[in-house]
Design a protein around this ligand. Structure first.
Ligand SMILES: [Zn+2]
Ligand SMILES: [Zn+2]
Length: 345
């Protein structure tokens, strides 16, 4: 009976590819070890758009989407000491098993049984969610709700930069000036490195320059290798962060990297991409995948709060929960019109 007496809550439900609606479900109750959160804001991610288009093989349907989530604590366990009612939090959406091999060596971001909210399990585009207390991070009052979801794409970018072992004074090529690329380039700046961002869309390059990323190259219009040679004094880039998933950029990364350079692959390509492995050997390149993040939310939140990474300029629009299904469809149809859309719930 209790089930039927529960209040209903609104969610954004992806019923199947191309079919997204506001759907009502009984309000979520607090799970063991969980904190109950009144969701206040959410970001719409490229992976949500991929799920809508049926191009994200990790997603099963029907699915409540959303993994870039911030909200207010409304209920905690009686022995929960870390969080109080009313506190503002950001969720870390990568729920790991803690038992498999990658978890056992601290790489919980690539857990064999990883359950990412909005991908493998129900997401946070809902009025109320329960989330493990250990995967919540306090959000300072200085970060408004509409920007709070940006903490999640920033950790993705930070992890990718860390996978390439970027150091102060190095040149870092960032391929793709979408949200992850623009965040990765800004994070590289905070480390004292020199980003060179590449994108075929001129408006995005202009935005990158306005964010202090001096070197912005259009590989469709200019000779990218020549541009990197000039900027790096002939060395090429010690690190390349591939954020676009475009086959040409993945192939290009091998050319853009210096000898002994590091490449991290964070963009998701549609299919297999052939690579010249002899060149990888000759240059002794390190190629690393980069998936989710581990342990980086506190720093991400701090960088946003201190304004060291500018996120406001990346938010194209903020909509209500009711407007979210229509905006997801519009982003899928006209991706060039949007960088990041956030929802206030
Ligand atoms: Zn995301
Ligand atoms: Zn695991």
């Amino acid at each position: 009976m209790a089930f039927f007496q529960r209040k209903l809550m609104k969610t954004v439900l992806l019923k199947k590819p191309g079919d997204i609606v506001i759907a009502e479900f009984p309000e979520q109750q607090r799970e063991p070890g969980g904190v109950l959160i009144r969701v206040r804001s959410a970001g719409i991610c490229g992976s949500d758009i991929g799920a809508y288009k049926g191009e994200n093989p990790l997603v099963s349907y029907p699915r409540i989407i959303g993994h870039e989530i911030a909200g207010e604590v409304i209920e905690v366990d009686s022995d929960e000491w870390k969080f109080r009612i009313g506190e503002r939090v950001v969720i870390e959406p990568y729920v790991y098993c803690g038992k498999c091999y990658p978890c056992s060596i601290g790489h919980t971001n690539c857990c064999e049984r990883l359950a990412v909210r909005g991908v493998h399990v129900e997401g946070g585009l809902a009025e109320v969610i329960s989330h493990p207390a250990a995967l919540l991070h306090r959000l300072p009052d200085s970060i408004p709700w509409r920007l709070a979801p940006m903490a999640e794409p920033l950790v993705i970018a930070m992890h990718a930069v860390r996978q390439s072992e970027v150091e102060s004074g190095q040149h870092v090529v960032v391929t793709g000036a979408g949200p992850i690329g623009l965040l990765a380039a800004q994070y590289a700046l905070t480390l004292g490195a020199w980003p060179i961002i590449m994108d075929p869309v001129e408006e995005r390059l202009a935005l990158a320059r306005s964010l202090g990323i001096e070197h912005a190259v259009n590989p469709a219009a200019d000779d990218a290798v020549a541009a990197i040679l000039a900027v790096t004094g002939g060395r090429m880039a010690e690190a390349v962060i591939e954020c676009s998933g475009a086959a040409s950029a993945i192939r290009g990364a091998i050319d853009y990297a210096s000898h002994a350079g590091h490449i991290s692959l964070v963009g998701w390509p549609r299919g297999e991409v052939p690579l010249p492995t002899a060149l990888i050997t000759r240059k002794e390149l390190t190629l690393r995948g980069s998936r989710n993040s581990v342990g980086q939310f506190p720093e991400s939140i701090r960088l946003i709060a201190e304004g060291r990474v500018e996120v406001d300029a990346l938010v194209t629009k903020t909509v209500s929960l009711d407007e979210t299904p229509a905006i997801v469809a519009d982003i899928a149809a006209h991706p060039e019109n949007y960088l990041k859309v956030t929802c206030l719930i």
